[in-house]
Design a protein around this ligand. Structure first.
Ligand code: ADP
Ligand code: MG
Length: 300
């Protein structure tokens, strides 16, 4: 990791921290004065100029919305917050149906227009509110990886909250080995280890961020079609993609689509996806041919 690097680890760390702070200041819905929070608070339906960085992430999200018929949708933010999975306080019971219905008219990726030059966004409903949590961490990972690349460092593993970018070899001069967790909230166990490198990796699941009411699990992934947290047997999705941002966004998209529609889209788009599906006992594994190819497993 150190070949030809003149910078001290402390100086590099400071540079990475500064970069991540800058990205948070652009995209976090948890910082009231971030660029995104200020855009969200604006009640205008005129064009609002935004940073090229914010534009890039929103444009990627919109593209995935189109490819998933709106299953992935960053305008779902008001529902995320209502269900207690955003900056508002967490909750332990479902919100009333009326409150969900009252937010439906401001949710929908088609209500957001994009202009590339100069980069700008336009709400069609003044109370639209965007939530980039499903792909901003992946974007941050890619930016840190690009910073390392620019310094001539090509063997690394960058990780933020479970989204990764891998490059080159590990300290044992082997490809990186990544553990995929069993999607159980009670304990942390390994389901599978995959050897991969020069790739983005992300996992989304229903087993970390959720609340339970009357034995029913409500997780932080919201189906924009219903306004409710997802209700199906897909427990986690691991996605491999050229960038961590794409892996992150697609993993969330698959979680919304569920085991059947998700697998159909993943196969059709030649995505490298690995699903863990709940069974009475444990989990069933399902991988796309592209996933098997990338981890060097034969498909028959
Ligand atoms: P994690 O942050 O745990 O890695 P994800 O990448 O799957 O998980 O992102 C989940 C977050 O995405 C939720 O907390 C919420 O902010 C946002 N979100 C929820 N439902 C959707 C959706 N249908 N489309 C886009 N983003 C969503
Ligand atoms: Mg995601």
């Amino acid at each position: 990791m150190t070949e030809g690097i003149s910078q001290s680890p402390d100086a590099l760390k400071a540079e990475i921290d500064a970069l991540l702070n800058e990205i948070n200041q652009q995209m976090s819905t948890y910082l009231p004065d971030s660029e995104l929070s200020r855009f969200n608070a604006q009640r205008t339906t005129d064009w609002v100029e935004v940073s090229p960085e914010l534009y890039t992430v929103v444009a990627t999200a919109q593209h995935i919305s189109q490819l998933t018929e709106g299953a992935f949708d960053i305008s779902v933010g008001p529902l995320v917050n209502l269900w207690g999975f955003g900056p508002d306080p967490a909750r332990d019971s479902a919100p009333p149906l009326e409150s969900i219905e009252a937010l439906r008219d401001r949710v929908g990726y088609r209500l957001l227009a994009l202009r590339e030059t100069p980069p700008a966004l336009k709400k069609q409903h003044p109370e639209m509110y965007l939530d980039l949590s499903a792909l901003a961490k992946g974007y941050g990972v890619d930016r840190v990886a690009a910073l390392l690349d620019s310094k001539g460092m090509h063997d690394y593993l960058v990780e933020i909250g479970g989204e990764l970018k891998l490059s080159g070899l590990n300290t044992r001069r082997e490809p990186w080995h990544i553990a995929i967790e069993k999607p159980t909230p009670e304990w942390r166990m390994v389901q599978k280890i995959i050897p991969v490198t020069d790739i983005g990796v992300a996992t989304s699941g229903d087993y970390r961020n959720y609340f339970e009411q009357n034995g029913k699990r409500y997780s932080h992934t919201i189906d924009p079609a219903t306004g409710y947290p997802i209700a199906h047997t897909l427990a986690s999705v691991t996605l491999l993609a050229p960038s961590s941002m794409l892996a992150d966004a697609w993993a969330t998209a698959m979680m919304v689509l569920g085991p059947e529609r998700g697998m159909a889209v993943a196969v059709e788009r030649k995505l490298a996806a690995y699903f863990l599906i709940k069974r009475d006992e444990g989990f069933a594994e399902q991988a796309t041919p592209e996933f098997q190819r990338l981890i060097g497993e034969s498909t028959h």
